[in-house]
Design a protein. Structure first.
Lengths: 1031, 504
């Protein structure tokens, strides 16, 4: 389509050569993307206006004067190339894609637009850079690829959804993730599994994706009206092009490994530490020397990964097709976590006549995730357990056949004691047995499809109707062994659930495009859209299983004594009426205006409907007569303003009432939510000022943006003693701003002979400030308050360890208090806060009048972030090094605090620095059994464990080798048209001062509880080798 | 001409399709499937009954760490916290460590869980109280039915507020003018009621106890007799006897006892009150079921049960009481109501470690009897004999005939009654309320020494005379004697935050 249009356009502009002729040169213009020829490219004799346009197969014939020395080949989307004429009469040219202007036609909401006409802020990401990477879902690989787009993979568990934020966090309690639209259909973005993290975007085969467009400012996204507050990501899947069938096959295989694991005590060190905790507290020692075990070895592994993608595409002038098959199987670095996906896609477009077109996009995928319990403080949580299990007891006990040879107490209650007098804290089970026997499985069948029809009613006026569906059929299976671990207390359990989600979306648009008075071009779109989604599900579960044999695959009738069921239903609807008006004068003065009226089922009465608008203007300065620069070839200024909304609020947020509750006395109803019928839309006022320019070989794009979010829907906290459900009431109270600056610079640095080097750098600075709130919102580690950024760390300020006695010191207001870790004297407990006098640290005589006090300890949102891609090619070799960076934020290292616990559990190796003698300066207090709460101020942040989150990551290194066409030709006599081998390392290097496993590790995806690293599975490093073949 | 016609037909078709479908698409007028609107919740008698059942649910399954779990406040947690603040049950794990070794803070989860889930229950019942008269006016309920519900709600309101008082306020027996807790008497089901609710202050302990009695006297008048699974007249009277004991109103305790003396009886078999709720001793219990219970991280049979019987065994009976000389070696409560493993001795009052369906006994007639025994002993003189009789009605039923009944009517009588409470109510969470009131009047000085956490590593600590390591005592004067008000309470009330307990 694109090719045809451009050919046509260039035909109109064909230059006619009438000059004297002395020589005819012929040849063909091709490119890697268009090996059959680039039609419509211009071939001009340098220094003249003499030129021709290539025809449909890219060939040309030009007459050149005898004194002509150079031909200039150019075409939109490609780098201009100059070729010496010399004595040649045939000059064939292979053109290189200009990465900066790629995707000349950009997909925008409900249509497409030419890149040069765009006045909003839209970043396109080509899928080429990421399509061969091994990844559970595509979006994690978009991290760092576009300015203003932050994507964080919070853990190494496959299936965990990355956190996507476009231009910062734009809501407090409503959703803060973008709207995701695949081939025009907004997709369901809720995790439908109850037993695993099951990222809905992991159902989509990354290899099917052609391009991503990120709509960032208000103007670009305003066409999505009420759903646009958090930005929009438009995904376009691959479609067929006219030509003979092209078959391609891509595969890669490799391993996933944990980047880092925790440094823990050895068995012998543990005995010393554990007994010192006890004796310091006047308690009897419990630990005795045994073996040296690192339980992490049981949990971590090198996981095998593989992926295979086969596609066929092609078509005639009337009918074009793209079919693909995909398979991937990825084992994570944490046993037994694994994700496998089978996917199928059929995209077909057909022109019934010149004026009528129909088409369809259909995809089906089946995704299976094997998960695990990785609860941050679950007794069978893999990371929690493996880092707490006693290192002086063995993992295995071969004689213990009742527990499959694992070291487990005879009653199954906990891990065997070894030589110790007690088992581990909280009777944690042997994690090896748990991993081997407990099953967490989620399966998802997903069908995303749409069908459209388009009719050209009169010239320029096209009506289009598109119906899309997104059907998720998710089912869960969780089976817990009766003998040991989480299933022991219920004597074995099996849980199964089906949680379907169905969404339909119907869009009707009328589009009118015209050019009048030659220079005025107009593009008007009007439309209406309806959307309805229902989410429903039920579960059946069983406990007290008669025989382990029946537990392994499914619920089996008759094999259990107790049975339970649950069910849920929720629906949401949405309708809207919208229009967009784009105007361009000579491509020099550009304007766009969008208006949209939306209705949503979650609100009540008149508040259901909201009207949103956006407008933008652009000025291509470089097209002005006065603009005369050899250096700057293109220069455009843009400005936009829009008011958009956020529909990602609580289901039926404005409604209140009584929910069903089941008590021991019977099924009843319980007051569940206070209604607020006055609840309204959240609105975001988005301003964007930007410029695009090309300076020599460098393209620069810069944007300043600000987003004022007002009327934030807030689950406004109420005092717990009011007993209001959830201790909160939904209210439109709150305002916040995000402002910042984005810069993208890309260039071909070197293009000399066989060697070329392209670079693409982006950086974003964002400032978030909450400007209005009813009262601060406080959670365990974070607090959101007016004047600060959202979710800053909040807690106690550590003042070190008293060198005189080993007591931990904390600030209490301006003063410092010490928690007096001393044994009882005459039966009177000494464990309380005492005044600390720096001049006389050994003085513990004065009781403190108040304990430690809390304050803000650091922002959790990065202030700056970005990415830097460098790609190289030398002959048949290619390489890419992709770097990501982020910083200005702080992390609460809860994992470390937990590992410095004072119970009978393993510890972090740094506990060896504990205070032991008077005068010792250290950062670990005197050990004292059972005094975690006051030693470490648990249940709030603590500056002792708050660390900077700055990092630079080498995200990917890719090396490729393309087999020369001649070699393929001779070896396979044309059966294989192209072949490339590649080797990749994902996540090879991290440069950071953060002492935890990964500075991006995050326990909570909620924007108000950000920046907490609490026993998160380490992020994986992936090594793969691969092959792409075209037939 | 023809071309234009075709064009027009096309446009008409497209237009008709758009308009036709548009009018058929009403997608925003939806109502939630799982939420009955406020306006309809009290519109039928069965719905009102459902709402009342919802109060019991909130009593049994409240919030802990923002999740419904662990049996706050009365599913199990009142027992666990009440025991862990005392010395007769022993903490063997980190679960209850913070309570056991008195290291709670305004941020710790147990005290916050109690506070939040009790007030959640209170608001649910207050909302119902506010709607009952309207329901009568509307002809939805008869006045008689409405009164029965009123009684039920008032009883539960008193029960919940008293639980708050014993944890977050100083004892009535010390100083009635010390800080109480906010006593909620109206429901908050509308944004406009928030400011009035925030303005309610802590008041004094004296005012709170007066309100408890007002609620219970009304409840007694409204409530019919009934089984132990729902609030009933006997339950209101029994709770009054407990509260009057805290208030040192000895005559009042006897008044309440006398109302019940002929209706209930101490069971001959001490196990009976724990196997169902229908024995003559069961006055009021919260019912747990296989489908609704505190779960594996909270249920009494899981937490207190013997690991050899499939339970988790995080809490054992303390060797302190097991080896106490006042507990007769032949007492059948040592055998029938306990089990042992090589790690120690566990209670067997709660047995269902698989589906956690044991009810949580809240009020037993044995308590009313021992309350009366204590009141008689305190009054002394002619009442002493009655005290001895009442004591023996509980004690002797668990002893073989060869063991003589208690006869001394001197100063030791009160001690004997208090000790009998420790034995009879072991693992029922009653130890802390006794420490609370007895410390207030100076009979005890705060929390006695407990067996050192995580130190009772074998059965030998029960069966031999090896020394019991002890720690974790707390003087009555310590600020830690009362729990801190949770930080969230002080932070979220922006208009009139209540006062924190001193020292936190």
């Amino acid at each position: 389509m694109k090719k045809v249009l451009l050919t046509f356009a260039f035909a109109v502009l064909t230059l006619v050569s009438v000059l004297a002729q002395s020589k005819t040169i012929t040849g063909r213009v091709t490119s890697a993307e268009e090996p059959e020829g680039v039609p419509g490219a211009s071939v001009v004799v340098k220094g003249t206006t003499q030129g021709v346009i290539t025809d449909l197969d890219g060939s040309y014939s030009i007459d050149v004067p005898a004194d002509a020395s150079t031909l200039v080949f150019s075409f939109v989307g490609y780098l201009t190339k100059e070729m010496p004429i010399g004595s040649n009469s045939i000059i064939n040219v292979s053109m290189d894609v200009d990465v900066k202007t790629l995707n000349e036609v950009v997909v925008v909401g409900y249509g497409t637009q030419e890149r040069r006409e765009i006045t909003g802020s839209v970043t396109s990401i080509d899928s080429k850079a990421i399509e061969n990477l091994v990844t559970p879902s595509f979006e994690s690989q978009l991290a760092g690829r576009a300015p203003g787009v932050s994507i964080t993979t919070p853990s190494g568990i496959l299936g965990a959804a990355p956190i996507i934020r476009i231009r910062g966090v734009n809501s407090l309690t409503a959703g803060a993730g973008p709207l995701i639209v695949i081939d025009g259909v907004p997709v369901v973005s809720s995790d439908r599994s109850a037993v695993n993290d099951s990222n809905p975007l992991a159902n989509i085969n990354p290899a099917d994706i052609a391009s991503f467009e990120v709509l960032k400012d208000g103007s670009a996204s305003a066409i999505y009206g009420s759903r646009a507050a958090n930005g929009v990501i438009l995904i376009t899947t691959k479609r067929g092009a006219e030509g003979k069938a092209k078959v391609s096959y891509n595969t890669s295989m490799g391993i996933n490994t944990a980047v880092e694991t925790f440094a823990l005590l050895s068995g012998d060190e543990f005995v010393t530490i554990a007994n010192e905790k006890r004796t310091n507290a006047n308690q009897s020692p419990l630990a005795n020397p045994g073996v040296n075990t690192d339980w992490q070895d049981l949990v971590f592994r090198q996981g095998f990964v593989q992926q295979h993608n086969l596609s066929i595409s092609g078509g005639s002038a009337a009918t074009k097709y793209f079919f693909s098959l995909g398979f991937t199987d990825q084992e994570s670095a944490v046993r037994p976590n694994e994700l496998s996906r089978y996917s199928f896609r059929a995209n077909v477009d057909h022109s019934i006549s010149k004026a009528i077109r129909i088409g369809t996009s259909m995809s089906y995928s089946y995704t299976e995730i094997l998960g695990l319990n990785n609860g941050s403080n679950s007794l069978s949580g893999a990371i929690y357990n493996a880092t707490r299990a006693l290192p002086n007891v063995p993992i295995y006990d071969e004689a213990n056949t009742a527990f499959d040879g694992y070291n487990v107490t005879a009653n199954g209650a906990t891990t065997g004691f070894g030589a110790n007098l007690a088992g581990p804290d909280n009777n944690i089970p042997n994690i090896g047995f748990v991993i081997d026997n407990n099953i967490y499985r989620s399966r998802t069948h997903r069908i995303i499809g749409n069908a459209y029809g388009e009719v050209d009613i009169v010239t320029g006026l096209t009506a289009r109707s598109q119906i899309g569906i997104d059907l998720t059929l998710a089912d869960d299976f969780q089976s817990l062994d009766a003998r040991h671990g989480d299933g022991r207390s219920s004597n074995g359990s099996v849980y199964m659930a089906a949680n379907p989600a169905f969404l339909w979306n119907w869009q009707n648009t009328l589009n009118y495009q015209t050019v009048f008075a030659e220079d005025h071009s107009l593009n008007v779109t009007a439309g209406l859209e309806y959307q309805f989604a229902k989410y429903y599900g039920f579960s059946g579960s069983a406990t007290d299983i008669s025989d382990d044999y029946f537990r392994r695959n499914n619920l089996i009738t008759g094999s259990y004594n107790n049975q339970f069921s649950t069910g849920s239903y929720r629906e949401s609807g949405f309708d809207s009426y919208f229009g967009r008006f784009n105007y361009s004068f000579k491509g020099k003065y550009l304007a766009s205006f969008t208006l949209r009226n939306d209705g949503i089922s979650d609100l009540v009465g008149d508040n259901k409907r909201g009207t949103f608008f956006g407008g933008s203007v652009g000025w291509r300065v470089s097209d002005e007569a006065f603009f005369n620069s050899d250096l700057i070839s293109d220069f455009k200024l843009r400005a936009s303003y829009a008011e958009v909304g956020n529909t990602d609020i609580d289901s039926f947020a404005a409604f209140g009432g009584y929910a069903p509750v089941l008590g021991g006395a019977g099924a009843g109803i319980g007051y569940n939510r206070i209604a607020n019928t006055g609840l309204q839309w959240e609105t975001s006022k988005k301003l964007n000022l930007g410029l695009d320019m090309t300076i020599g070989k460098v393209t620069v794009s810069a944007d300043y943006f600000s987003n004022d979010v007002d009327g934030l829907i807030l689950a406004a906290p109420t005092a717990p003693s009011l007993g209001v459900p959830g201790n909160s009431i939904n209210q439109n109270i709150g305002a916040m701003t995000n402002s910042g600056f984005e810069l993208r610079v890309a260039s071909n640095v070197i293009n000399r002979g066989k060697f070329s080097w392209d670079t693409d750098f982006n950086i974003t600075f964002i400032k978030n400030e909450v400007t209005n709130l009813i009262s601060p919102i406080t959670s365990t580690y974070n607090r959101t308050q007016v004047g600060n950024s959202i979710g800053e760390l909040y807690g106690f300020r550590w003042a070190g360890v008293n060198p005189a006695n080993g007591n931990p010191l904390y600030y209490s207001g301006e003063d410092i208090v010490q928690y007096n870790l001393q044994q009882s004297i005459g039966g009177v407990s000494q464990l309380n806060y005492r005044v600390y006098d720096p001049a006389n640290p050994s003085d513990i005589s004065v009781r403190a009048t108040s304990g430690p006090t809390q304050e803000f300890l650091g922002r959790t949102l990065p202030k700056w972030q970005g990415g830097w891609s460098n790609s190289f090619s030398y002959g048949n070799f290619d390489a890419e090094i992709f770097t990501r960076f982020s910083g200005g934020n702080y992390i609460m290292n809860e994992s470390l605090r937990g590992l410095l616990g004072q119970g009978f559990s393993n510890n972090h190796a740094s506990i060896l620095n504990r205070w032991t003698e008077s005068g010792q300066v250290t950062d670990v207090p005197k050990l004292y059994s059972g005094q975690d709460q006051n030693m470490w101020q648990n249940s709030a942040s603590n500056s002792r464990f708050v660390e900077k989150g700055d990092f630079v990551k080498i995200q990917n290194i890719v090396l490729g080798y393309t087999i020369p066409a001649a070699a393929l030709e001779s070896a396979f006599s044309g059966a294989i048209s192209n072949a490339r081998f590649f080797a990749q390392v994902q996540n090879p290097f991290i440069f950071t001062k953060y002492t935890g496993l990964d500075p991006e590790a995050n326990s909570y995806s909620n924007q108000r509880q950000f920046g907490v690293d609490w026993n998160v599975a380490p992020i994986v490093r992936t090594y793969t080798l691969g092959l792409s073949v075209g037939f | 001409m023809k071309k234009i016609l075709i064009k027009n037909i096309k446009m008409v078709l497209v237009g008709a399709a758009l308009i036709g479908f548009a009018s058929a698409c009403e997608v925003t007028d939806l109502v939630p499937a799982n939420l009955i609107p406020d306006s309809e919740a009290f519109s039928t008698a069965p719905r009102i009954e459902s709402a009342v059942l919802g109060v019991y649910e909130s009593a049994q399954r409240g919030f802990y760490n923002d999740v419904v779990q662990r049996g706050y406040p009365f599913g199990a947690a009142n027992v666990e916290q009440g025991d862990m603040r005392g010395e007769d049950m022993y903490n063997d794990q980190a679960f209850y460590e913070i309570t056991y070794n008195n290291s709670y803070s305004p941020n710790s989860a147990n005290n916050a869980g109690m506070w939040i889930s009790l007030y959640r229950m209170i608001n649910r019942l207050n909302i119902i109280l506010g709607n009952l008269d309207v329901a009568v006016t509307n002809g939805v309920l008869t006045a008689e039915d409405a009164n029965a519900y009123k009684g039920e709600m008032l009883f539960l309101r008193a029960l919940a507020h008293h639980e708050l008082l014993i944890h977050f306020a100083r004892p009535y027996s010390d100083d009635v003018s010390s800080m109480g807790i906010p006593y909620r008497t109206f429901g908050i089901d509308d944004v406009t009621k928030v400011p009035d609710a925030e303005a309610v202050s802590r008041g004094t302990v004296g005012e709170d106890y007066a309100q408890l009695l007002l609620d219970l006297d009304a409840a007694e008048g409204f409530l019919p007799e009934g089984g132990a699974g729902r609030a009933n007249k006997g339950a209101a009277i029994a709770l009054k006897s407990r509260i009057k004991l805290h208030m040192e109103d000895w005559a009042g305790v006897l008044t309440e006892y006398n109302k019940l003396a002929t209706k209930y009886a101490v069971t001959a078999n001490p196990v009976a009150p724990f196997r169902g709720i229908t024995s003559t001793d069961n006055i009021f219990s919260f019912i747990n079921s296989a489908t609704s219970n505190p779960g594996t991280n909270g249920a009494l049979p899981a937490m207190y049960g013997n690991p050899d019987l499939g339970a988790r065994g995080l809490v054992k009976i303390s060797p302190i009481i097991w080896r106490a000389d006042f507990w007769n070696a032949e007492d059948t409560r040592r055998t029938l109501l306990t089990t042992r493993s090589n790690l120690g001795i566990f209670t067997f009052k709660y047995t269902d470690a698989t589906t956690f369906s044991d009810p949580n006994p809240i009020l037993r007639f044995s308590e009313v009897v021992l309350n009366a025994a204590e009141a008689n002993a305190r009054l002394g003189g002619p009442n002493a004999a009655a005290a001895v009789t009442l004591l023996n009605s509980v004690r002797s039923r668990a002893l073989p005939a060869s063991v003589p009944a208690y006869t001394v009517a001197g100063a030791d009588l009160l001690t004997a009654i208090l000790n009998e409470r420790r034995i009879e109510f072991l693992a029922e969470g009653r130890r802390w309320p006794d420490i609370h009131r007895l410390s207030g009047e100076g009979l005890m000085n705060g929390i006695p020494l407990k067996a050192t956490s995580r130190s009772i590593t074998s059965i030998n600590f029960y069966t031999t005379s090896i020394a019991i390591p002890t720690d974790h005592s707390l003087a009555y004067s310590s600020n830690l004697f009362v729990w801190p008000i949770p930080l969230a309470e002080l932070q979220a009330n922006t208009t009139a935050p209540i006062e924190q307990n001193p020292g936190y």
